[in-house]
Design a protein around this ligand. Structure first.
Ligand SMILES: [Fe+2]
Length: 246
C-alpha cells in the first residue's frame, strides 16, 4: 500500500532530462490529511487533462508496494488536485479521477501541473487502497518548488522524483523540429518573398538557395513540444535572432 516508486515527468518545454535513479524504498508512505476538497465517486480515468488547457502537462508513474516491498496488483488510486488557477472543482470532477494499478502494481496518471493556492505548495492528493485493505491517504509534492519550504504540510519523503525522460524513448527526445515536406516540395511551394516574411527579424540568408529551409517547411515548435510533452520539461523559450550555417 505504498506508492514508493514515484516518478514524475514534467512537461512543457525543451530540455530532455535523464531519469533519476529509481531507488525502491519500502519505507511506509506517510499518511497526510485529505484536506477539505476530497469528493467521492470520481470518474474512472487515467488522464485528467481537460481539452484546451494550456497548463504544463505532467505524467506521474509509480508502483504500489506492500510493506514487504511486493507489488500490490489492482490497487485503487484516487487522485485529485487543484487546477491551473489553484482552485478545486467542487461541483464537478475536473482534475479528479481514479484508476486501478495493473497486475504489477504500476500506475500512470496524465494530468497538468496544479497551481499552488494560499497556504499550500503545489501538491497532488491521492488515496491508495489495496483490495480489501485500509485506505492510505497522502499527498505528493514537487521537487525543488520554492513554496515547499513555506508549507507546514510539505514532507520531503513525499516528493516525486523528476525523470529526465522515458526509458522507452532511450532517455531522450526529438532532436529536430521535423520537416512537414521534402526540400523539393518546399522549393516549389514557397517564394523568396515568403522566406523574407517568415524570417522577419532573423539575420539569415534570404535567397533562393535556402528556400528549402524556410520555417513553413517545418512543423511549428509548439506542436513538436506538445508531441513529446511526456519526455521533456520546457524551462526556457528561445527566440531565434540569427542563423549561420557553415
Ligand atoms: Fe490540496
Amino acid at each position: 500500500m505504498i506508492a514508493s516508486r514515484r516518478r514524475l515527468l514534467a512537461a512543457g518545454l525543451a530540455l530532455p532530462f535523464a531519469a533519476d535513479s529509481i531507488a525502491q524504498s519500502c519505507a511506509r508512505t506517510l499518511n497526510q490529511t485529505e484536506g477539505p476538497f476530497f469528493k467521492t465517486d470520481s470518474p474512472r480515468r487515467v488522464s485528467l487533462i481537460e481539452s484546451g488547457s494550456k497548463a504544463p502537462r505532467l505524467v506521474v508513474t509509480g508502483t504500489v508496494l506492500s510493506a514487504q516491498c511486493k507489488p500490490v496488483p489492482n490497487a485503487l488510486l484516487d487522485f485529485w488536485h487543484s487546477d491551473e488557477q489553484g482552485e478545486y472543482d467542487n461541483r464537478g470532477f475536473r482534475y479528479r479521477g481514479h484508476q486501478h494499478a495493473d497486475a504489477q502494481g504500476r500506475f500512470r496518471l496524465e494530468t497538468i501541473v496544479p497551481a499552488e493556492y494560499p497556504g499550500r505548495t503545489r501538491h497532488i492528493h491521492v488515496k491508495v487502497q489495496a483490495p480489501g485493505r485500509r485506505i492510505l491517504t497522502t499527498q505528493l509534492y514537487f521537487p525543488g518548488d520554492p513554496a515547499n519550504r513555506r508549507d507546514g504540510l510539505y514532507r520531503a519523503e513525499l516528493e516525486m522524483k523528476k525523470a529526465k525522460a522515458d526509458e522507452a524513448s532511450f532517455e531522450s527526445c526529438a532532436h529536430g523540429a521535423g520537416r512537414k515536406m521534402s526540400r523539393k516540395a518546399a522549393q516549389k511551394m514557397f517564394s523568396v518573398k515568403d522566406l523574407e516574411d517568415q524570417t522577419h527579424g532573423v539575420i539569415c540568408r534570404k535567397d533562393k538557395g535556402v528556400l528549402d529551409e524556410i520555417p513553413g517547411a517545418y512543423k511549428p515548435i509548439d506542436e513538436v513540444m506538445e508531441n513529446q510533452a511526456d519526455l521533456v520539461e520546457i524551462v526556457h523559450t528561445l527566440k531565434q535572432v540569427i542563423c549561420v550555417k557553415g
